[in-house]
Design a protein around this ligand. Structure first.
Ligand code: NI
Length: 175
């Protein structure tokens, strides 16, 4: 089980880091996205007791803190240790990589991490496969669904529960 104090510490840190940022399209504070991802991860940890739930839930709450909120690796190491920082770093797309290759680059780094990091990625895409913002073209929605399939393929075998759930969300996603 996850440590509720670790959850609160990571949530406070993430809320401060993301500040007034909102969820694209939804208008909700960004922490709404983060807690949805954490909820998926918590359920996965309840289904699969071999997971380090505190590591997984902490990384779920912090997964966008480097990419979207400018938090540094040093800050994460200082506050949460190297294991969490390594996980969040793998979950961060690198701007130095050409855009079409960024997701696969990140997935390769996630695949080399403990499976707790992979389940955060699965949970993130499950959360993001909500109905697309109205301004998205059919082409963009189709590309987003394809990318979700890439994630599922790249992270096979990490968590049966979340993989089944992501497969279902992909099947239901309207393009
Ligand atoms: Ni995210």
């Amino acid at each position: 089980m996850w440590d509720p104090d670790a959850y609160k510490r990571a949530l406070d840190f993430a809320a401060k880091a993301h500040g007034a940022q909102t969820v694209p399209g939804g208008g909700f504070p960004y922490v709404v996205h983060l807690t949805k991802v954490a909820a998926e991860v918590m359920r996965a940890c309840a289904e699969d007791e071999g997971l380090d739930a505190t590591l997984a839930v902490t990384c779920a709450l912090l997964h966008d803190s480097v990419e979207d909120a400018g938090v540094s690796r040093e800050q994460l190491v200082g506050a949460f240790g190297a294991k969490v920082a390594d996980g969040v770093e793998a979950l961060t797309k690198r701007e130095s990589v050409p855009k079409p290759e960024r997701m696969l680059d990140s997935l390769a780094r996630i695949a080399a991490q403990p499976r707790e990091i992979a389940i955060v990625k699965l949970a993130d895409r499950i959360t993001n496969l909500e109905p697309a913002p109205p301004q998205w073209s059919a082409e963009k929605r189709a590309a987003y669904r394809e990318e979700a399939k890439q994630i599922l393929d790249a992270l096979q075998g990490r968590c049966a529960w979340l993989e089944a759930r992501l497969a279902q969300k992909i099947a239901e996603y309207a393009v």
